[in-house]
Design a binder for this molecule. Structure first.
Ligand SMILES: [Zn+2]
Length: 195
């Protein structure tokens, strides 16, 4: 049934269970002109105009994104994050003023995600080309996050002479950046240490 397919697709979205999906479906279907049709139009516009930045992987209406083209940001430090949501979590702290690189996920033996599935080569290319004094690995304190840290550190050791740091252990184990409050991220960032 079409309406069930609609609700199933909604409930597959992050953060939505079947109950919220049902409420949203009813909300939209009972207010088609006011809510549903404008939302369809907006989603179409967003899908056409918001793209991943070719340099860092952030989502923006301009490419390269507004962070990569901002000349007031530090050019000598790069922060590596798993996802765009983690990048935005870092930005919300208004503490970090350097460059970013979004990996597009984490290495996972269990899920069969190897280095070729992530933006790792482009990261290594950037670090080899530009002069970074510091690479911050702001990856989740999960098993996958830590194996990604080990892999990147190993690759960087081969050619990179600068400092490699990671967020401090103040981060709860298994914690994902996006779920942390700004204060916790700021503390983890300020007390980051070399590996
Ligand atoms: Zn960018």
């Amino acid at each position: 049934m079409l309406i069930e397919k609609f609700m199933r697709n909604l409930s597959a979205l992050p953060g939505l269970g079947s109950r919220s999906a049902r409420r949203i479906a009813i909300h939209l279907l009972t207010q088609k002109d006011d809510k549903m049709l404008p939302l369809i139009k907006l989603m179409q516009e967003v899908s056409e105009n918001i793209k991943n930045c070719d340099v860092c992987g952030n989502l923006d209406s301009q490419n390269p994104c507004n962070l990569c083209t901002n000349h007031n940001r530090d050019k000598d430090v790069i922060c590596v994050v798993a996802n765009v949501s983690d990048l935005w979590a870092m930005e919300r702290t208004k503490t970090y003023r350097g460059q970013y690189h979004v990996l597009g996920g984490l290495l996972s033996a269990l899920d069969g995600i190897g280095p070729d599935k992530l933006s790792i080569q482009s990261l290594l290319d950037r670090i080899a080309q530009d002069e970074y004094a510091e690479v911050i690995l702001a990856l989740n304190a999960t098993v996958d996050g830590q194996s990604t840290v080990y892999y990147l550190t190993d690759q960087l050791e081969k050619f990179y002479k600068g400092k490699v740091t990671k967020l401090a252990h103040g981060m709860p184990m298994g914690g994902e950046l996006d779920y942390l409050d700004e204060g916790t991220i700021i503390t983890a960032l300020k007390s980051r240490g070399t590996l």
